[in-house]
Write a protein that binds this ligand. Structure first.
Ligand code: ADP
Ligand code: MG
Length: 358
């Protein structure tokens, strides 16, 4: 199985002390000291610290600047790992694994919150976003790694357990109908990036870049005051990027079929499933990028609009009162982005795009 994460452009800030023109002996003797001091000061104000770790089934890269960076990154990493332990399908003690195992259990407030949000987005997207897709994803081997194209009979049986009406919530207790199981994989990273950003800000960090696989959250601006640049991969040519978003204080989430997939009989099968057919969504879109200050919405919608396809995605954006913008890339190589990104999105050389208006 292949796993790629969204490309990001992060030009490290290079401090360039201006060239001294002083000729007098006194100044000349001070020059080494002035140089040393300016490098030190540049180091203090722009020093970036970063770390990589594996959580939520993906490689995460967090970076932050300033004197609270180390402490902020520690807290953010701890928070992401805590949420991984809470929502993971593979950690037997997690709320979701316990629920999937027993069919009925009490869960934490945060899990309840995320289930409620999942249900809301499920209904808003005409069930394109559906956390009960687990039995189908399991048949395809996306959890075990034993990939296979399931036969139609098994797929139909699994599909009969898919649907949010198979999930009952009563106070803090959740009950699943027999055969139904949950997977928060398309929304948990959004929740985690939102929490990590909050925590890092509370630590006093004003400039950070949190990359949780395809989910990016930028805090503030780059240390030099300019916007963060988040590149969007060209799904037709994944070594290239189609364009760059110039953003601050927002989430940028991309879902693409090119992120995780397997090949069988010359065909490619990816991990974003259409809950109606049980097959990998074949909507004509190759990637959907959502820009929103609401990380959870951005994560869920990147998956949902990918399933819905170009026309339904555009209709959804036009009708929605939610605060989000999007970039759609189609199989035939077209790029369309919503008008709110007009000043933020720059196309890479040789790419063309069309703006979607309300
Ligand atoms: P990634 O997790 O690679 O960033 P997504 O956010 O699009 O990508 O989530 C895809 C994951 O969510 C899949 O690996 C699967 O676990 C689950 N999933 C697949 N299809 C759907 C769907 N239609 N609705 C909700 N979750 C889905
Ligand atoms: Mg998602």
């Amino acid at each position: 199985m292949h796993n790629r994460s969204q490309v990001q452009i992060e030009h490290n800030y290079i401090a360039e002390p201006s060239r001294p023109r002083a000729h007098c002996l006194f100044l000349n003797s001070l020059l080494p000291l002035i140089f040393a001091l300016s490098f030190l000061l540049a180091g203090c104000s722009f020093h970036e610290t970063s770390r990589d770790f594996f959580a939520m089934d993906t490689v995460m890269h967090l970076s932050a600047s300033g004197s609270h960076a180390e402490q902020g990154l520690d807290a953010a990493e701890d928070e992401i790992n805590r949420l991984d332990r809470l929502f993971s399908i593979s950690n037997a003690d997690s709320d979701i694994a316990r629920l999937n195992q027993s069919g009925s259990t009490t869960v934490s407030d945060e899990t309840l919150q995320l289930l409620a949000r999942s249900k809301e987005i499920n209904s808003q997207t005409g069930c394109a976003f559906d956390i009960t897709v687990y039995p189908v994803a399991s048949l395809w081997g996306f959890y075990s790694g034993n990939f296979q194209v399931p036969d139609q009979k098994a797929l139909s049986a699994a599909l009969s357990s898919v649907g949010m009406d198979h999930v009952q919530v009563n106070h803090s207790s959740v009950t699943l109908d027999s055969g139904t199981q949950l997977d928060l994989g398309a929304i948990a990273k959004g929740y985690a990036s939102n929490r990590a950003a909050k925590i890092i800000e509370e630590s006093g960090v004003t400039s950070a870049n949190l990359s949780l696989g395809g989910n990016v959250h930028v805090v503030g601006t780059k240390p030099d005051g300019s916007n963060w640049k988040v590149a969007i991969t060209d799904p037709n040519n994944t070594d290239h990027y189609a364009g760059v978003l110039s953003v601050q204080d927002t989430a940028v989430v991309t879902s693409g079929g090119y992120e995780r997939f397997f090949q069988a009989d010359g065909k490619t099968y990816h991990h974003i499933l259409d809950p109606k057919t049980g097959y990998p969504a074949d909507s004509g879109l190759l990637s959907v990028t959502i820009v929103s200050q609401d990380d959870v919405l951005a994560d869920a919608l990147s998956t949902a609009l990918f399933v819905m396809g170009e026309d339904r995605a555009v209709d959804f954006w036009r009708a929605s009162t939610a605060n989000f913008e999007m970039v759609l890339i189609t199989r035939d190589g077209r790029i369309r982005y919503s008008e709110g990104l007009e000043s933020a999105f720059s196309l890479a050389a040789d790419y063309k795009a069309e703006v979607i208006h309300r």
